[in-house]
Ligand binder design. Structure first.
Ligand code: PLP
Length: 384
């Protein structure tokens, strides 16, 4: 890992000011939307602006978001993609046929399902491991010597906490790279590169954008000269997984309030977790902000300013009671996804019945509404 650039300003300032981007053409405080797919050269055949020639390789709106994300992450560079899964795929396509990858167990189901299929097709050895078990993770690195290790912290929907520094040390010792899906935390709560991760990944569809109206993904890197980053860059330029100008513009608008939203969501989620852990209809609450959570001490070390919007709890009485409670909720939308300003509830067992998710588990994405209103809604749905 090389030295990361020093970020002089704090996240709230960087985000609110979109990293300093304005519309230099008009003087507007908000950058414009630049839909041009091709860019003019002068009489000497030199591109008129910023080396721009063609939108697939030079996307001005994407570049503004990438600059802001890189500053928030303390990264040397960042790239945006048309979905989180496009960013996942871009990283895995750098692994050679016949290579080896280590992937955390029980992470976002879509990531696991896609990686399993991809590795089978490409003859890549896939080792799935409980990465919250630091010893097991290190032993697996030593045994399999993976090209890359993929972790997610806090994980979705189990809220497991992975020791980023220990994971980075273990995979670096065998020459591999650590990629951390930090969708749930966002750079406001954890800057994974500062703990030794090589690349951070986000489903920007979630907290980064925060308004459930943009599908996007992002990567940020500690060392822009690394072979992995160069390969991902070349792959995006040529294979064309590029975020459109309007989506990038909307994402930038969402990111202006990211620190404010994460603070409020985290405060709300902690209040709801405390409420739920004392509720007689609830068996268990999974939230890293609770002292009873197995990853709490580590979360306190790795997360700053809160523990994020994602919280799972198991309703006593299994699927029937959980679905009944979800059905009675009036404020929580029954919908998938997370990290938006409005609260959501999801019965994950219905979506992924064969992955060991408890039948009574409900996953909440806690929004920025009034915490008292949310608590009242949960209370009436669970029956007080
Ligand atoms: N990673 C995590 C943790 C997710 O929750 C998701 C989506 O739910 C993804 C990756 C995939 O992102 P997208 O839906 O933007 O493709």
């Amino acid at each position: 890992m090389t030295d990361l650039p020093k970020t002089a300003l704090n996240p709230a300032t960087l985000a609110a000011r979109a990293g300093g981007a304005i519309d230099f053409g008009s003087g507007g405080v908000v950058p414009g939307i630049y839909p041009a797919t091709t860019f003019v050269r002068d009489a000497d055949y030199v591109p008129l602006a910023d080396g721009n020639t063609y939108l697939r390789s030079h996307a001005p709106n994407g570049r503004i978001v990438e600059d802001l994300l890189a500053q928030l992450e303390g990264a040397q560079d960042a790239m945006v993609f048309p979905s989180g899964m496009a960013a996942v795929a871009a990283v895995f396509r750098t692994v050679p046929n016949g290579g080896c990858v280590l992937v955390q167990q029980q992470i976002y189901w879509g990531t696991t399902a896609w990686i399993r299929d991809f590795c089978a097709r490409r003859g890549i050895e896939l080792v799935e491991i409980e990465a919250a078990d630091t010893g097991a993770f290190a032993a697996a690195c030593e045994k399999h010597r993976p090209h890359l290790a993929w972790i997610e912290t806090p994980s979705n929907p189990w809220l497991r906490i992975v020791d980023l520094k220990a994971a980075a040390d273990a995979v670096h010792a065998v020459g591999g790279a650590l990629i951390a899906d930090m969708t749930t935390a966002t750079p406001v709560l954890t800057r994974a590169l500062s703990f030794g991760a090589d690349v951070v990944m986000h489903s920007a569809t979630k907290g980064l954008n925060g308004h459930a109206d943009v599908l996007a993904g992002a990567l940020a890197v500690a060392n822009r000269q690394s072979a992995l980053w160069q390969a991902v860059h070349a792959d995006r330029d040529m294979a064309g997984a590029v975020l459109g100008p309007f989506e990038a513009w909307l994402l930038l608008r969402g990111m202006r309030t990211l620190p404010l939203r994460m603070e409020r969501m985290s405060a709300n989620a902690l209040k709801l977790a405390e409420f739920l852990q004392d509720h007689p209809a609830v068996e268990t609450v999974l939230y890293p902000g609770l002292p009873s959570h197995t990853g709490h001490a580590l979360a306190v070390q790795q997360m700053t300013g809160g523990f994020g919007p994602l919280l799972s709890f198991v309703v006593k009485g299994g699927a029937k009671n959980a679905l009944q409670a979800a059905g009675k909720m009036k404020l929580f939308h029954r919908a998938t996804s997370l990290g938006g300003v409005e609260s959501l509830v999801e019965h994950r067992h219905t979506i992924e019945p064969h992955t060991g998710i408890p039948e009574g588990l409900l996953r909440l994405s806690v929004g920025i509404e009034d915490a008292g209103d949310l608590m009242d809604d949960l209370g009436q749905a669970l029956g007080q």
